[in-house]
Design a protein. Structure first.
Length: 164
């Protein structure tokens, strides 16, 4: 994990969320964007979350990616404690397949926004790419890396289908 002078914080409610959230970290690292990953729970470690979110800007973070399942309070709680953009990644769950977490993240009261992405791995990857796009607004290296990623992604899509 590229934690020297991180500009993106990746937080998750429990160790079990790392199997999904690691994809956000891997994509940020591949783009050369420094990030850090931490476990904190809105319900089980509220003081840890408060200290992290309130101090995030002063430590140089520009975006927070928050993954959570079930009640999915972590992204909303973080957004209530910082003016930084918070991107929520709902975890797939056993109860409603993650729909409960997604709905919890999208139903934030006016004035406390959480940019909610899709469920699971795709959501974590897209959260990293959206965070990179935010960072790219003021960081030319991040912009070049993101442009390169998108060009490579486009080039990898065949124009004509095959029977392979």
């Amino acid at each position: 994990m590229n934690a020297s002078n991180p500009v993106v914080g990746i937080i998750m409610g429990s160790q079990s969320d790392w199997k999904v959230m690691k994809f956000a970290a891997e994509h940020l690292e591949a783009l050369g964007i420094a990030c850090e990953s931490k476990i904190m729970s809105a319900h089980r470690t509220p003081e840890r979350l408060e200290a992290y979110a309130r101090g995030a800007r002063a430590r140089g973070l520009k975006v927070i990616i928050a993954g959570a399942g079930m009640a999915a309070a972590l992204p909303g709680s973080a957004a209530a404690l910082t003016a930084l953009p918070v991107l929520g990644v709902p975890m797939e769950g056993k109860m409603m397949g993650g729909l409960d977490a997604m709905l919890a993240m999208t139903q934030m009261p006016g004035g406390v926004p959480v940019g909610t992405l899709g469920l699971g791995k795709a959501g974590a990857v897209n959260a990293a790419l959206l965070a990179a796009a935010i960072i790219a607004l003021f960081d030319d290296d991040a912009a070049k890396a993101l442009d390169s990623f998108r060009a490579e992604q486009t080039a990898a899509v065949p124009e004509v289908p095959t029977d392979d």
